[in-house]
Ligand binder design. Structure first.
Ligand SMILES: [Zn+2]
Length: 441
């Protein structure tokens, strides 16, 4: 079992375009940027930058401004589980800027580089694959010219910051390894393929592999209201998210305009739209902080050929499953549901699942970090988490002491001291500069 038992980063051996010292510098800068965002209390400990590069001329163009050169994780501020630094960095505005730039510099040999302080999860990789295909398809980028350079591997990020994307990616490793898209069932056969493979089944049990089952549903046993939404959609792709109590949390149809020249907007596809909308509803209507936790809700759809962006997105939302309602599926629905118009979703899925050095992947992925050196943003995050745990423990002790004991605490000059004040004073007294006067001889 090659892919299931090998860390993905080992295949990230592509070479950097242009000056390696330049990439060393900007990659560490993305880590320092993430350190600063964490220290300001913003987002998770990750940063990303988008570059257009002309290697022969040593010319580097940052897709950004002097005020906002880089992007950070925005999961908490947006209430969206996939608002990772790379995804923020591939915003529609930045994608449009890239297209505009490359349209003005056709055939000059520009390359694209996304720099990320951490190894991209499958959801971000889907977005990279979609953009790479779009640029190549428009004749704006040559094949093999979309690079991703990252610093911390999944294992480092787990060890140093406690975030673990590997189990989600492991579902994609399994899809590639078990040839899930070599059969007609595709994703609908994923669960059976996983269960009949000893390694995969063991990894599911141990939590090393996280997936969401996609099954067939019958229109006669759908939750109330779902059938009529599906019927109304006709050959328009639609997704409906239903809570465990049977109520409909959100529904969305594909919102993309089908103009041939328009920039692709995969975030407006039905499944992704319904997931975003579900989280937004929970955040806005119920004030739920972890609004991406849909608490075992189920997604129903007429899309049979589910794409990699929708599937990887769904992995973050604590769904109990995805049900494809057979009566409403047809080739026209799957055609409109293509995450990249003109390319089947199964084909895209194979590209996202492919190993980094597999020719099937349109990305050139480079691990440019040091397995022995932690990201400074991760270390700060870990310290921050530990500090909060310690603060909470102190608060519990204080209230226990206040309730149970009758302590007399005072300063040496006889004035009474408050333990609560002492315990909470570390911020104020942390300006300690040493004793001001030398002790008298
Ligand atoms: Zn990601």
């Amino acid at each position: 079992m090659g892919l299931l038992t090998t860390p993905r980063y080992q295949a990230a051996q592509s070479g950097t375009p242009g000056n390696p010292l330049f990439w060393d510098t900007v990659l560490d800068q993305s880590d320092l940027f993430a350190y600063n965002t964490v220290s300001c209390g913003k987002g998770g400990p990750f940063g990303a930058q988008l570059w257009l590069v002309h290697a022969a001329k040593d010319h580097y163009v940052l897709v950004g401004t002097a005020q906002e050169p880089e992007d950070s994780n925005a999961v908490v501020s947006k209430g969206r589980a996939s608002a990772h630094a790379e995804a923020e960095n591939l915003s529609p505005e930045k994608r449009a800027e890239v297209i505009r730039f490359l349209e003005g510099h056709r055939d000059e040999g520009w390359q694209m580089v996304q720099v990320s302080s951490g190894e991209s999860c499958p959801s971000c990789r889907s977005k990279q694959v979609l953009l790479a295909n779009e640029l190549i398809g428009r004749g704006l980028l040559r094949e093999n010219d979309f690079h991703v350079i990252f610093k911390a591997t999944y294992a480092q990020t787990k060890r140093d910051a406690g975030f673990n994307d590997a189990p989600y990616d492991q579902a994609f490793r399994a899809i590639a390894e078990l040839g899930v898209f070599d059969t007609d069932e595709g994703l609908l056969g994923l669960e059976a393929a996983l269960m009949s493979n000893e390694t995969a089944a063991a990894q599911i049990k141990s939590g090393e592999l996280v997936y969401i089952a996609v099954d067939h549903a019958n229109s006669s046993d759908l939750p109330e209201g779902v059938d009529s939404i599906l019927r109304r959609a006709g050959s328009q792709p639609v997704a409906i998210i239903v809570r465990t109590d049977g109520s409909i949390l959100s529904s969305a149809v594909d919102q993309r305009s089908l103009g041939g020249d328009a920039m692709n907007r995969p975030e407006k596809t039905a499944l992704v739209g319904a997931l975003y909308q579900a989280a937004a509803n929970l955040r806005e209507d119920e004030g739920k902080f972890e609004s991406w936790d849909l608490e075992g809700a189920r997604l129903f759809t007429n899309v049979r050929d589910i794409g990699p962006m929708a599937y990887s997105e769904s992995l973050w939302y604590n769904l109990s499953g995805i049900s494809v309602v057979d009566e409403y599926t047809d080739a026209a629905v799957d055609c409109v549901a293509q995450e990249l118009p003109g390319t089947g979703n199964a084909e895209l899925f194979k590209q996202v699942a492919a190993d980094y050095d597999d020719p099937a992947s349109p990305l050139k992925v480079i691990f440019h970090g040091d397995p022995e050196e932690a990201s400074v943003a991760h270390l700060l995050w870990k310290a921050k988490m530990a500090m909060e745990t310690l603060q909470n423990r102190q608060a519990e002790r204080l209230s226990a002491l206040e309730e149970g004991a009758n302590l007399c605490i005072q300063y040496i000059d006889g004035t009474l001291a408050s333990l609560a004040r002492l315990v909470c004073s570390s911020r104020q007294s942390s300006h300690y500069d040493g004793k001001q006067a030398e002790p008298e001889a």
